[in-house]
Design a protein around this ligand. Structure first.
Ligand code: NAD
Length: 285
């Protein structure tokens, strides 16, 4: 199928998880490029801080993406607020969790699934009718490289991100013949607050590291800033890509999982252990 380009600059967009990280980066980039931005997050203070950095039109909404009825109500508010067709819906909000399968608490897995998967489904269902009525625009759902590869101690996160990928790819094929597209985003490591806000009850590898140490390690291994991630994501949407890989590490995950679908972790595990060692040395540990 030929790619349809989807310009974003100057056109209204909706972004969840905009109080921090990639969502904030998307809001800032698109607002700078003249787009009115509707931004939502569960974190009211962070959302205010994001809004304070934007100079163009902005609609802010404190919202828990798990709440399907509230997502629908917000879609109604966005519809009223629009002065031009909605160019893109970024279902970006997400959280992280680290645990072995054996030690996982069902309530933690449920918490993650409801935000990272149900939140994306709720946002898609709430906003899709607007895009279908216009017969234009993109649903842009954030998966992860952990939606391409299974990683130890990330079972709940991987399950939710693989689910986002499956849901979004199915939707993409359903939308054939319409002017609406569905896009999956697979970021590699991005330097955001995700690890610091994660639920980690104990070092899943049994090495006795604190949550802060694990977050430091994660951040030292990331390769891409949220601002750069926002640029790559917007560039991918504008080019009409169906799948957007964010960062050099995302390209490595993509290649390995295709070349060696059952043995990719032999390489990834080795590369990540080396990077972790370098990160720990860099932090003087
Ligand atoms: N940072 C990475 O390395 C990385 C890698 C792959 C995928 N991702 C994905 O990118 C997306 C953005 O994450 P980030 O890295 O910018 O993290 P972040 O923690 O900086 O931002 C996530 C935002 O989501 C919001 N959020 C959490 N729960 C919510 C809820 N129930 N309702 C509404 N908002 C909620 C948070 O308040 C926060 O503002 C997530 O889906 C994440 O899984 C991140």
């Amino acid at each position: 199928m030929p790619r349809t380009s989807r310009p974003l600059s100057g056109r209204p967009v909706m972004i969840t998880g905009a109080a921090s990280g990639i969502g904030r980066g998307l809001a800032q980039l698109l607002s700078r490029r003249g787009s009115p931005v509707a931004i939502a997050d569960i974190d009211a203070d962070g959302l205010k801080q994001t809004a304070a950095t934007l100079s163009g039109p902005v609609l802010t909404r404190v919202l828990d993406v798990r709440d399907a009825a509230d997502q629908l109500a917000f879609a109604g508010e966005v519809r009223e607020w629009l002065t031009a067709p909605l160019a893109a819906v970024f279902n970006n909000a997400g959280v992280a969790l680290g645990s072995s399968v054996a030690d996982a608490l069902p309530e933690d897995d449920e918490w993650l699934r409801q935000i990272n998967f149900d939140g994306v489904v709720n946002g898609t269902r709430a906003f899709l009718p607007i895009l279908l009525e216009q017969d234009s625009g993109a649903i842009v759902n954030t998966s992860s490289v952990y939606g391409l590869a299974g990683m130890p101690y990330q079972s709940a996160y991987c399950a939710a991100k693989f689910a986002v990928r499956g849901f979004t790819e199915a939707l993409r094929h359903e939308l054939r013949g319409t002017g609406v597209s569905a896009v999956t985003v697979h970021p590699g490591g991005i330097t955001t607050n995700i690890a610091r806000s994660a639920r980690i009850r104990t070092d899943p590898e049994g090495l006795g590291r604190t949550k802060d140490q694990l977050a430091d390690e994660f951040e030292a291994m990331t390769m891409t800033s949220p601002e750069k991630a926002a640029e790559i994501i917007c560039g991918g949407v504008e080019k009409g890509k169906a799948r957007i890989l964010v960062g050099p590490d995302a390209h490595l995950f993509d290649i390995l999982t295709r070349v060696t679908p059952t043995h990719y972790y032999d390489v990834l595990g080795f590369v990540m252990a080396r990077a972790r060692g370098r990160a720990a040395k860099g932090a003087g540990k």
